[in-house]
Design a protein around this ligand. Structure first.
Ligand code: GLY
Length: 354
């Protein structure tokens, strides 16, 4: 983590995998900004590199069709088992290229070079890779740990404001899970983080440390790792109902709404003080994020039944029981197995009508 790492990628990859060739997977937004710098760095380090594989920007690229195209392009590049796939982009590229790396020849080394805040603080770390099914988000995937993650905080300067805000939801999440002090630090330093001050590097560093600690305890999500899904059960359902259409809703916005909903539901269940839920929502709103379904998707967007149907596919569910991440307060999240579906339906009735 830190500034200028894109230019170090070549020698770092050469040191990691001497003699390896590589192929870059990226998207139409990132290609124009950063591919050239990465190619130059690889070239100077003597790393052979196939022509970049460029997918359309946006969540819809996490599809079966695009996955097959990326796999065939990587095979066309004749990568061998000790060669590297480089995912250069945000969460979509990391998940898609990562899953292709997991599958091709039963597993190729993967280098993640995340270019969005969301990917730097969350999706590039921990080895989750996946594509979406029409039946739900991230339902087809694999755990495939990257051999190297390079989070160059300078590249965040070219990130569109909306994408930066979306990534901020995943950053704040770490404070809400188990570190109230980090949430309060985010409240104090939000402006600096958005402006690219040293606080931004510090925020990425603290978030990655928090994530790495959870993943080290529970790599395959048999327990605590599910906490990282705070806000995601409601959020993933909204993304599916929005048809993964980034013009309407991007992942981090869905997570922001989902986090606010998880806190409101916790209040309704008598678990959490209302003032904590309001403080969380106020902070997300101050960062320009939506905290209700209607705020982003308009009134009447979803019915409780449609939401519950989408949530039934959630990977955290066990033996047909709904699992939610709820909170007893800021920094006090917990995994609630066997959530009361009737109570969730009533709550969704209110949230969908609001
Ligand atoms: N993004 C949640 C996880 O990696 O577990």
């Amino acid at each position: 983590m830190g500034p200028g790492l894109l230019f170090d990628a070549g020698w770092r990859i050469a040191a990691l995998a001497p003699g390896a060739a590589c192929a870059i997977v990226t998207d139409t937004n990132v290609a124009g900004h950063h591919v050239q710098a990465l190619q130059t760095s690889l070239h100077l380090a003597g790393v052979r590199c196939a022509p970049p594989i460029v997918v359309p920007a946006g969540e819809t690229s996490k599809s079966y069709t695009c996955f097959a195209e990326v796999c065939d392009a990587l095979l066309t590049a004749k990568l061998e088992r000790r060669d590297c796939v480089i995912a250069l982009g945000g969460g979509v590229v990391g998940d898609l290229a990562g899953f292709a790396a997991a599958c091709l020849k039963r597993g190729l080394p993967l280098v993640q070079i995340p270019t969005s805040l969301l990917a730097q603080v969350d999706s590039s770390v921990g080895g989750k890779t996946a594509i979406n099914s029409p039946l739900g988000k991230n339902l087809v995937g694999a755990f495939h740990q990257p051999s190297l993650v390079l989070a160059d905080t300078d590249v965040l300067d070219t990130l569109p404001e909306r994408e930066f805000r979306a990534g901020y939801a995943e950053l704040v999440k770490y404070g809400l899970i188990d570190d109230r002090g980090f949430f309060e630090w985010c409240e104090r330093h939000r402006a600096g983080i958005f402006q690219g001050a040293p606080e931004r590097v510090e925020a990425v560093r603290r978030a990655v440390a928090a994530k790495a600690a959870v993943v080290a305890r529970d790599e395959y999500e048999t327990g605590d790792r599910a906490l990282l899904n705070l806000g995601h059960t409601f959020g993933h359902a909204l993304e599916r109902l929005a048809g993964y259409d980034g013009a309407r809703l991007v992942h981090g916005e869905a997570v922001a709404i989902g986090i606010a909903m998880a806190f409101r539901f916790s209040v309704r269940q008598g678990l959490c003080a209302g003032q904590d839920a309001e403080r969380v929502a106020a902070h997300l709103r101050a960062a320009g994020l939506p905290t209700t379904i209607a705020a982003r998707l308009g009134p009447g967007f979803a019915s409780p039944e449609a939401m519950l149907d989408a949530m039934a596919q959630d990977k955290k569910n066990d033996r047909g029981r709904l699992t939610l991440i709820l909170a007893r307060g800021i920094g006090e999240s917990f995994v609630a197995r066997d959530a009361d579906v009737g109570a969730v339906r009533d709550f969704l009735g209110l949230e969908c009508a609001a």
